[in-house]
Write a protein that binds this ligand. Sequence first.
Ligand code: TUI
Length: 313
Amino acid sequence: MGKTDICELLQIEYPIMQGGMAWVATAELAAAVSNAGALGVIGSGQMPADVLRSEIRKAKLMTNKPFGVNIMLMSPFVREVMQVVIDEKVPVITTGAGNPGEYIPALKEINTKVIPVVASVALAKRLERVGVAAIIAEGTESGGHVGSVSTMALVPQVVDAISVPVIAAGGIGDARGLVAAMALGAQGVQIGTRFVASSECMAHENYKQAVLKARDRSTVVTGLSTGHPVRVIANKLTRQLEAMEHSGATNEEFDRIGAGKLRAAAREGDVTYGSVMIGQIAGMVNEIKPVAQIIQDIVGGIPQVMSRLNTMF
Ligand code: TUI
């Protein structure tokens, strides 16, 4: 496929970024994605700063290509983690679950590209003004912490509202999704769920198998009433959380039950009482493949999608 502004900006071959999934996107996954010509991203989640530093150093040993770090803005270690990405001169950071505005001047100073994930037009506009390199517009189809607008509706509205490049995320897992996102005006895509089912992903085997088993309606969004919506595979944990939401539990009670559950699922393989954060495309992910194969399948599938469209218009 041809290059887009995003390829130029990030110094990559294909306009594909990997989602920065906490406990799932380790140095191994990020390096494999970067080596295959896309942008790998280490998910720092709630990692302490020293753990992130060693993960970045591990990735540097595994690839000579650029890679990024995702910073989860609700992390208690966010300030120290920002300092680590500055010290290590990470060329790209993506952010999630908040507004990264206050950190942008320091990152711009060392020429690190800041690409925030947003779920609304309002935040996209605010962040454009403080000097971000691009914006990831993430629809509610995504796994993990989500907004309420679908990718199909969000991406063209963000594209119309700002002039920096837009990367589409949420519900994209193959060539059809990539072409559709580009048709909506995106310059690139961010893919998470499809990369969970890869050979290089270090998530627990049970977590990967849960993705393969999932169907179109296997995920639910918990925490809508507490202002902390998270898309996960429905299981005993989500049923407990739903019951708590109905009985009017406080945010503190809700957070106490949810704490540590992503780690339990992704690292210990507890997919019954753990939090299996995954997007709605899990229903079409049926096979674990090497990262390079996943990327080649996506890129290699584009001509067929385009020729089908060309017969229609
Ligand atoms: O951040 C994500 N997805 C995530 S983060 C995560 S880690 C986690 N662990 C335990 C509990 C909860 C999360 C798992 N998945 N995606 C990017 C994203 N950011 N989606 C939506 C947003 C977002 C939402 C509200 C960004 C900003 C925002 O409001 C900020 C503001 O000031 O308006």
